[in-house]
Design a protein around this ligand. Structure first.
Ligand code: SF4
Length: 331
């Protein structure tokens, strides 16, 4: 299990996925707000004490490259932060670096500095360090990850946005030898239907983008209280899965030889520093624990309430996953 510190810089993202957990908290922030956020992050990254407790670092938005750092001051500060990350990375205080990005916007990062330039510089960084780490090709030593998502509904509002995502994934695949990507799918009813129509969907996807695929549970975000509220607001009628279809999906995937990397908490940061108002950071610890405090638990199983997300049942998806995986294992 990784021991990752993750910093959320801000909650500003132009993509406005219909299911996004940020919803009303997703706001355009001032330059001052964002400069403060970056400065706070730099302090934490530069402090060697930080890396006595953690070995991995994750950076998450909102987003960074949809115009969010599109002023001279922000651009300068953002890339100063990258220099600090690079320094800790090259000294192996940061062993694994995870960068979360939606890859849905076509804007240049700043002036003539493009996404391609950014990928080249990250690749170069990983390449330099790999020369010091003979065994880097081991899975354990894959050091720089770009974490992104693909969803068949609610994420791409236009064909162009989806095409942009595909283009960026191809850029990473074609230009970089050292950066790895992981793509998260929400298990929606629409995704299950897509897979049922084409059982080779994930194989083709993985091959095309050379990416690791994992799955997460559909959620209603922080604005809606119930699945009904969510569906009324988003008009995503095919979002939450039917229980029988979900369970069948897990069996089918296993039968097709797919490894179902589902609700894997190992990818979660151990600690998240969440940006509050650009001034301070709220700290969440022990985020890899599934059996959480009583107020968040779903009685009687003990899993968090956000795993109860079937359209037609109150049952817990985590319990169903465990049941299916156990049966498969016992066979
Ligand atoms: S890309 Fe991520 S942060 Fe942006 S709107 Fe979608 S879910 Fe939210």
């Amino acid at each position: 299990m990784n021991n990752m510190l993750q910093i959320e810089l801000w909650r500003e993202c132009n993509n406005h996925c219909k299911f996004c957990y940020l919803q009303e908290e997703n706001k355009k922030q001032s330059e001052e707000y964002k400069l403060n956020a970056i400065k706070n992050a730099i302090k934490i990254i530069k402090d060697n004490q930080t890396w006595t407790n953690y070995d991995s670092f994750g950076l998450i938005g909102g987003e960074f490259f949809q115009g969010q750092i599109n002023t001279e001051a922000l651009n300068k500060e953002f890339f100063s932060m990258f220099v600090a990350i690079e320094d800790q990375f090259l000294h192996s205080n940061i062993k694994h670096f995870w960068l979360t990005m939606s890859l849905t916007d076509t804007q240049h990062i700043y002036n003539s500095f493009t996404f391609e330039h950014f990928i080249d510089s990250l690749d170069h960084l990983a390449c330099i360090r790999s020369n010091k780490h003979v065994s880097w090709k081991n899975k354990e030593n894959q050091d720089i990850w770009i974490c992104t998502s693909y969803d068949t509904i609610g994420r791409f509002h236009t064909k162009e946005a989806e095409e942009t995502w595909k283009r960026y994934m191809k850029i990473i695949k074609d230009r970089s030898e050292y950066i790895h990507t992981t793509t998260c799918f929400i298990i929606t009813q629409d995704l299950i239907d897509t897979y049922n129509k084409d059982k080779d969907f994930f194989n083709k996807f993985r091959e095309e983008y050379n990416t690791r695929v994992y799955f997460k549970c559909p959620d209603i975000g922080c604005n809606d209280k119930t699945i009904e509220d969510f569906t009324k607001r988003t008009k995503l009628n095919n979002f939450f899965p039917k229980r029988a279809d979900f369970i069948k999906f897990l069996y089918d995937m296993a039968e097709d030889g797919e490894s179902v990397d589902l609700f894997n908490r190992e990818y979660r940061a151990a600690t998240l520093y969440e940006n509050i108002g650009g001034k301070s950071l709220r700290v969440f610890k022990e985020r890899q624990n599934d059996l959480i405090s009583a107020e968040d638990a779903t009685s009687p199983c003990g899993h968090a309430y956000w795993y109860s997300r079937y359209i037609d049942s109150d049952k817990c998806m985590m319990c169903d996953r465990d049941m299916v995986f156990k049966e498969i294992e016992d066979e």
